[in-house]
Design a protein around this ligand. Sequence first.
Ligand code: HEM
Length: 534
Amino acid sequence: MELSILLLTLISGLIVYIFFNQRKKSQYSNKGIPLPGPKPLPIIGNLHQIRGVPTQSFIDRFSKDYGPIFKVHYGAEIWIVLNDYEIVRDLLVKRGAIYSSRPYNEAITRIYTSGGKAIGFSPYGKYWRAMRAAAHQALTQKVVDNDYRSIIHTEIKDLMIKFFNHSSKGFNPTDITRSCLIDLLATISYGQKSEKLSQQINQMFVGFIQVLTPANSLYEMFPWLRYIPFIEKRLYSYAYKAKDLLDVMVKQLLKDLRQRIKENGGEENSFAAHMLKNMNISTEIVSKPYEDSLENDDDDTKKNFVFDEVDFMNLNNSFLVAGTGTTVATLRWIWAILVNYPEVQRKIQKELDECLQGNRFPTPKDDPNLPYLLATIKESFRFRPATNLLLKHSTTKDDIYRGYYIPAKAVIVASFKSAHTSEKLFDRPNEFYPEHYLDENGKLKKYDELRDPWTFGRGRRACVGQHLAERNLITVVGYVLTLFNIENDIDPITQNPIKLDLKHIEGPDSLNKPYRLRFIPRPGITLEKIMQME
Ligand code: HEM
């Protein structure tokens, strides 16, 4: 970039900063007290202290100085960090009408989701409600356990065969587990799976993760960049590329789906087929999430919601995007926990053997007889969640909380670690102890708003795929422990077990760390037997 342009942008940035800062000060003086937080520098805010992606350790460090609710400036963007479960509940649940939007982000909102046309990234309002209602219908406990049961069984049984084929030595189950979940979720959402589609989805994920990376939020951090001519296409080339990949894939999927429905007369049970058969999907772009959100939500006579093709495919796609990485990360933790707690494996196996007599796989109907398995999964969510942070929320209007002024359009970063590690809520917060979720008769405890895992979020934006996610996890863990004992890999030189350290399997770079396990078939388990088991 030429020096003159650089200088001009820095000076205009400084002017914009001073202007906004003045305005904010006058707002603060009328409303509540400003939130505590580190003093921001001009233009960069607290970026020099945050250094990249916000992590739980950064949040804990700042909480020590500024308390459980504080403010940081991510460049020009104001982030309000909630690091206490009562505060998270007060704001996300009790004041859900104000705290349930998503922040606008150039790469995600404008480019990748064509203006927020995707359930996970749309602003709170009429558009999001329509998407949420459609997604909810496809993901109730009943639909998951009836309509998707055979898809889940087929894909996870297939995964078991792959585990069996690797059972002679230690291996990293992450990639084949991800492929299994992609096939499972692609069959549920789009009604098809194939090796080619799986490759496309993997590429799509790579693009999506890049779009999601907070470090790429350049326009939000430095809004004055918008005024530099010709820079946008270069700054956001990765987002346009990711969107192109997505478009090619979903257009083909939609074409295939229409063809199949024409050919088989609508027998298909996928979510996409169900939507296409029951809804009028416009080929013109009709919905506009931001404008729809401003409409009066209660006045349904004003405009009945019409889905267009982008809404339709983005909704289907969000199941894959939201359901794959989260479930794979959770399973990585579950295997690591189980290999460190062999006595938990034995207890689950005892329960499974009594229930199944060793000749079939568990089904959803077996849940009441498998409380220890179910409690183990809940406890894994509590003890080692895939992440401690929810997707970013945003406020729809100004608010005062505990005397503090919280502005509209602030980014809300909510951590739920404080709930999971609370001595008030749990007998042994720092231990893996499935009994946290069992009553005195060994039955699964009823839902408890504070103690149940917060991993799926709370309030209006909480995970809509929770039933499917839990069913997938119960099925994978139930099938694995019916067939295998999970053991550490063995060092070929010393012949000693290579322990998986439960402190170091977390964080975004965890996938690069060595992670190997052995899935040893239990007595009497052969490939033929697995093939026959239903
Ligand atoms: C272990 C697996 C999963 C975990 C830990 C998980 C967790 C989460 C979390 C933390 C959120 C954000 C909540 C918030 O912002 O307050 C979320 C949102 C979402 N999840 Fe999941 N999820 C999982 C699996 C799934 C699956 C299988 C699906 C669908 C098939 C799914 C669909 C969604 C969608 C669509 C949203 C956006 C909801 C909205 O903005 O209204 N998730 N999930």
